[in-house]
Design a protein around this ligand. Structure first.
Ligand SMILES: Cc1cc2nc3c(=O)[nH]c(=O)nc-3n(C[C@H](O)[C@H](O)[C@H](O)COP(=O)(O)O)c2cc1C
Length: 502
């Protein structure tokens, strides 16, 4: 992440980009994504006037918002994508010279040597300020892209992706780690990769990170952003669709219907399957299918359904897209849910979670062992609080344990320890916090609470201790430790959870 943060300093973790989607990725969408801490992309075509107009619009929207973090350097905090088979290098070079976007994203060359030619020319045009990202869909293409163009980032597009991609490709789940391993063996860890294809929410981003990616690119999910430049009929169908493995399909039919000529032979596109696909299967000729498609263009938003004929590009993750909302909200939601997903997943690494959640669950979940008492150690610095204040602090902690941590009643176990000044050493983990001697260090020994329960507990502790005991949020440190039922003895030297006494 650090390399990406250096190059794109306005971005927040986990690293997230909206895909360049020709026709759909508007200036408003790109800016919203970047301002929310991601990196938004425009898609450039061979039409220099249209591209310049879009970039002018980005510049002027940003000029109205001088406060935006994404606005703090001389580079334009968005990226610009090109499908090389149909784009013009001269158009890209003049756009880069004039507007200095943070990134140019290269995709789908008709000849791999274009990658070298484009990356060289664009680096010169931007005096190395504009970074080069290349989207590939196979291990072979990743190797060649690195050899020819030494990209700053590789975007790895798996077969689940919406829109154009390779006819033959692997899922993101296998593509990403194989390329990550290759890059690590040949190039150290110097080229970050981003995963694309089927990533719709924080869980997808978390899985991309677990596979070795530095972050993710989302296309289909941003088609359901308020700012996306697509027909309402298209957006409505995205919300309706589910089960993308069945409701979408890869085919060259979208290009044939739209009479788009020039895509390299090995590409096709993933879209919702509809009447056009059905008729093709039934033997309708391209000429007849195109004629029907053109007729139906006049139907406007009604022409998009399963029984319509419009090309409704969408990835297999379409069933996870259920709402149209502003792009910034999507970014914030994905950031937060990715963190939760990683935290929740990490609990599956502890034996006790495994025992509680999966071992002999019995006939119903009601039989699962109920959460046990937590042992809470509260560590403070001597001389800062009276005995009454310490008791109040401990009472407040206990209340949160009961309300948020599912601690059973009459099961209070707390140890308060006062340390000499200087005997609690807590730095700020680079968070920019100032600690004071009123610091409260809480250690909770417990079993099996989920990440959500823990997060709610931390938030409630911060709020309550601030309100009732004057503890600043930056002076509150909490650490949860996991143990097992067999780790407790409540008296007489017996392991009550094992003997059956509890
Ligand atoms: C409607 C649409 C248009 C797209 N247009 C482009 C494009 O112009 N250039 C490009 O490099 N990728 C394009 N893509 C592919 C994306 O870069 C990305 O790989 C893909 O959206 C990721 O998969 P997802 O849709 O499952 O998120 C497009 C995707 C969609 C859905």
């Amino acid at each position: 992440m650090s390399l990406l943060r250096t190059h794109y300093p306005w971005t927040k973790a986990p690293f997230l980009a909206s895909a360049p989607m020709l026709g759909a990725a508007t200036p408003a969408l790109a800016i919203s994504v970047s301002k929310a801490g991601g990196i938004g992309f425009l898609a450039g075509s061979a039409n220099s006037d249209a591209l310049d107009k879009d970039l002018q619009q980005v510049t002027s929207i940003l000029a109205q918002d001088r406060t935006a973090e994404a606005n703090s350097s001389d580079i334009l905090p968005i990226g610009l994508g090109f499908q090389l088979w149909g784009a013009k290098l001269s158009v890209a070079v003049s756009a880069v010279k004039k507007h200095l976007p943070a990134v140019v994203w290269l995709f789908a060359p008709s000849d791999e040597r274009q990658l070298q030619e484009w990356s060289r020319a664009l680096r010169v045009a931007s005096q190395e300020k504009t970074k080069i990202w290349i989207q590939v869909g196979t291990v072979h293409d990743a190797k060649r892209a690195v050899e020819l163009a030494a990209p700053d980032v590789l975007v790895l597009q798996g077969s689940d992706a919406g829109g154009h991609g390779l006819k033959r490709s692997a899922s993101t789940v296998t593509l990403v780690p194989e390329i990550v391993d290759y890059l690590a063996s040949k190039h150290g860890a110097s080229i970050p990769v981003l995963a694309a294809g089927g990533i719709m929410d924080g869980r997808g981003v978390a899985s991309a990170i677990a596979l070795g990616a530095a972050g993710a690119v989302m296309g289909t999910r941003f088609l359901a952003a308020t700012e996306a430049g697509i027909a309402q009929g298209w957006q409505k169908e995205l919300l309706k669709a589910s089960d993308g493995g069945v409701s979408t399909g890869r085919s060259t039919l979208p290009d044939r219907l739209k009479q788009t000529v020039g895509w390299p032979e090995h590409f096709d596109g993933r879209a919702l399957l509809n009447k056009g696909h059905e008729d093709e299967q039934a033997g309708l000729s391209d000429a007849e299918n195109v004629a029907l498609y053109k007729q139906e263009l006049a139907q406007g938003d009604d022409a998009w359904g399963v029984h319509g004929r419009m090309v409704t590009y969408a990835g297999t993750g379409v069933g996870l897209v259920n709402e149209v909302k502003p792009a910034a909200e999507i970014v914030r939601e994905v950031h937060m849910s990715a963190r939760n997903a990683i935290q929740n997943a990490s609990e599956f690494l502890t034996d006790s979670h495994y025992v509680l959640k999966t071992a002999d669950p019995g006939p119903s979940t009601d039989d699962a062992p109920s959460p046990t008492m937590p042992l809470v150690r509260i560590e403070v610095i001597r001389g800062r609080r009276s005995r009454d204040q310490l008791r109040k602090l401990a009472d407040a902690v206990q209340e949160v344990m009961l309300q948020k941590f599912n601690a059973p009643a009459r099961d209070r176990y707390q140890v308060i320890t006062q340390h000499e000044p200087g005997d609690i050493i807590c730095e700020d983990t680079n968070l920019g916090f100032e600690r004071t001697d009123d610091i409260v260090f809480i250690q909770i020994f417990q079993q099996g609470r989920t990440g959500d329960v823990k997060q709610a507990t931390y938030a409630a502790l911060a709020e309550k201790l601030q309100a009732e005991c004057g503890v600043k949020g930056t002076d509150l440190i909490i650490s949860c430790s996991e143990n097992k039922r067999e780790d407790w003895s409540f008296g007489r030297g017996e392991a009550q959870f094992l003997t059956g006494a509890l």
